[in-house]
Design a protein around this ligand. Structure first.
Ligand code: NAD
Ligand code: UDP
Length: 340
């Protein structure tokens, strides 16, 4: 019998790619999602790739009774991957209570259900945002955390702390806290990818939507940063590599890792906004119209990961070349059938 994994937020961008990776690794995936920022089309996309449509339960994880029913049905699961959450930084500044309610209530409900039904392992989606504007680069897992810049970031800091406290009090439960850097790209098949609602906040979907003509031009936020070329620097990680890391994290716990362990998930390389634009153009042959715009409030000048801990402990590293990641993002953007 395949081992069962509950994936909250599994219809979303990273969740759908992780569902593919889990199924490829032989796990039986149960997706819990309220579809607030996704659609069931992504699960049809998963089925096109793997041949398996994961079981889908339409549930809002802030609804404790509904979450209990879903967990009760699958109380033989060996782990949970908790992606469910809202993630728009700007929106979280305008609607902080909505973010605290959604992201923290859903996490607490999931943890309570794990205790109630003796499900031993959780993987949590944290973020490089917990490092704020770091004093030293690259950042390791020991780099001191900075006060969060937004309610969204605060839900990640608090989420990590809630999980650590719970694991300390409940030795039968293990956790892996994964701090993602900047996930980009799509499945190479072009069947699943990132499909933001409205005007994208993030660089990659803004680039692909500009390339296809949905947006007139890209605004590059700031060209006068204290970096090599004056543009902001980030660590862009292929979403398929990121997905594989979740499988590695689960296996690590299933094989006996205890406590709450933290891993940076990045490539270990910083890439500037202008380098991304140039790389997209050479990967696809499509020109990106852009203008230089003022700095975006809250942006840190540069951050990238020291990803050696994940390599050493989980045996995982990001290995997709940037050119392939950009090509997959473009393939996905050009596939109208897979989107709403
Ligand atoms: P996403 O919005 O595509 O996926 C999140 C999914 O959770 C969506 O399908 C949404 O419908 C669902 N959801 C939200 N609230 C829910 C609730 N109360 N009950 C049930 N389902 C709910 O986002 P993503 O990019 O796939 O991100 C997944 C996780 O990774 C999030 O927790 C996010 O904060 C975190 N993360 C993302 C990034 C990034 O850049 N994409 C970076 C760091 C961390
Ligand atoms: N960025 C940009 N124009 C955009 C969106 C983003 O210049 O339309 C820049 C942004 O300033 C940052 C980088 O691209 O330096 C990555 O931004 P994103 O929002 O994708 O991720 P973040 O690192 O902020 O989480």
């Amino acid at each position: 019998m395949a081992q069962k994994i509950i994936v909250t937020g599994g219809a979303g961008y990273i969740g759908s790619h992780t569902t593919v990776a889990l199924q490829d690794a032989g796990f039986d995936v149960i997706v819990l999602d309220n579809l607030i920022n996704s659609s069931e089309k992504s699960l049809h996309g998963v089925e096109k790739i793997t041949g398996i449509h994961p079981e889908f339960i339409h549930v809002d994880c802030t609804d404790r009774d509904a979450t209990r029913n879903a967990f009760k049905k699958h109380s033989d699961a060996v782990g949970v991957i908790h992606f469910a959450g809202l993630k728009a930084v700007g929106e979280s500044v305008e609607k902080p209570l909505m973010y605290y309610r959604n992201n923290l209530d859903s996490l607490i409900n999931v943890l309570e259900m794990m205790r109630e039904f003796n499900i031993p392992n959780i993987v949590f989606s944290s973020s490089a945002t917990v490092y704020g504007n770091p004093d030293i680069l690259p950042v390791t897992e020991e780099t001191p955390l900075k006060p969060a810049q937004s309610p969204y970031g605060q839900t990640k800091v608090m989420g990590e702390e809630i999980i650590r406290d719970m694991v300390r009090a409940t030795p039968t439960i293990n956790a892996t806290l994964l701090r993602y850097f900047n996930p980009i790209g799509a499945h190479p098949s072009g069947q699943i990818g990132e499909n933001p609602r409205g005007i994208p906040n993030n660089l990659m979907p803004y680039i692909t939507q500009t390339a296809i003509g949905m947006r007139e031009q890209l605004s590059i936020f700031g060209d006068d940063y204290d970096t090599d070329d004056g543009f902001c620097v980030r660590d862009y990680i292929d979403v398929n590599d990121l997905a594989r890391a979740h499988v590695a994290a689960l296996r690590h716990m299933i094989n006996g890792a205890h406590g709450a362990n933290v891993f940076n998930l990045g490539t270990g390389h910083g890439v500037s906004v202008m380098e991304m634009v140039n790389a997209f153009e050479s990967a696809t042959g499509v020109k990106i119209k852009y203008k230089i715009a003022p700095r975006r409030p809250g942006d840190v000048p540069a951050i990238w990961a020291d990803a050696t801990h994940a390599k050493r402990v989980l045996g995982w590293s990001a290995n997709t070349p940037l050119v392939d990641t950009l090509a997959s993002a473009w393939r996905w953007q050009q596939n109208p059938d897979a989107k709403d």
